[in-house]
Design a protein around this ligand. Structure first.
Ligand code: MN
Length: 243
């Protein structure tokens, strides 16, 4: 069985989500062969050196819990989201995770999936796409990571505030995937079933692309009261509520 989750936005300020996540890793996830985390596991990730921050053990606690899962034999794959796109090799080594490219094809014996965080499909949000293009550049990332950790953390807070206030002026459709870009994406990826997160609009969508029916599953975000995982049992996908 394979489980998919995304958009937990783990942060010290949201202890309920962390508790749900730790319960999930110690419980439900242990019964899976593979766990895929499709982005925005963390609300922010200033760089892997936050794992060694002397005054803040939050990230290290979460990564230790991931390590316990992988040590128990569950294969873990993690994709970058728009919040935690700086998860790097140290995170992967400490947690035992494999970092996935976005998008990523998942070919199983009985089905083909394509996995993505989903933010790249929100092409109507021109402002965000320009920001994404910038921060995904290796030069930008190495310059950013060269700054002291507290400075990076302060920059992230400032960026967050900017983005929150910009969001208030954006129409609802701008914050969702663009239908044309999504159909193009499904065509390019061989009409595989798409699983993505990011929009916090959990649903199952039916796309007809070139006369072919393609499913698009949108993962749920988590909050202090509940989380959700999507479970593939070899035949079908099912949503499972986590409390
Ligand atoms: Mn996201």
């Amino acid at each position: 069985m394979i489980l998919f989750i995304s958009d937990l936005h783990l942060a010290p300020q949201a202890p309920g989500v962390s508790r749900l996540f730790l319960d999930f890793l110690g419980g439900r996830a242990r019964a899976a062969e593979q766990l895929f985390i499709l982005g925005d596991l963390f609300e922010a990730w200033p760089g892997d050196d936050c794992l060694d921050a002397p005054d803040d053990s939050f990230a290290a606690t979460m990564v230790d819990a991931l390590r316990q899962l992988t040590s128990a034999g569950v294969s873990l794959s993690v994709m970058h989201g728009n919040r935690d796109f700086l998860l790097g090799d140290t995170f992967a080594a400490r947690s035992g995770a494999r970092l996935l490219p976005d998008p990523c094809l998942l070919s199983l014996p009985t089905w083909q999936f394509v996995l993505s965080h989903g933010d790249a499909l929100c092409t109507d949000d021109h402002e965000y796409q320009a920001f994404r293009a910038l921060v995904r550049q290796p030069d930008w990332q190495s310059a950013f990571l060269a700054r002291p950790l507290p400075e990076r953390q302060a920059m992230i807070v400032a960026l967050r505030q900017q983005s929150e206030s910009a969001k208030r002026d954006k129409a609802s459709f701008v914050m969702d995937v663009n239908p044309g870009a999504t159909d193009d994406f499904l065509r390019t990826h061989g009409y595989a079933s798409l699983i993505h997160g990011h929009t916090h609009r959990p649903a199952r969508h039916d796309h007809i692309v070139d006369g072919i029916h393609v499913e698009r599953w949108v993962l749920s975000d988590w909050n202090d009261e509940q989380g959700e995982c999507l479970c593939w049992n070899g035949e079908m996908l099912t949503r499972e509520r986590l409390r």
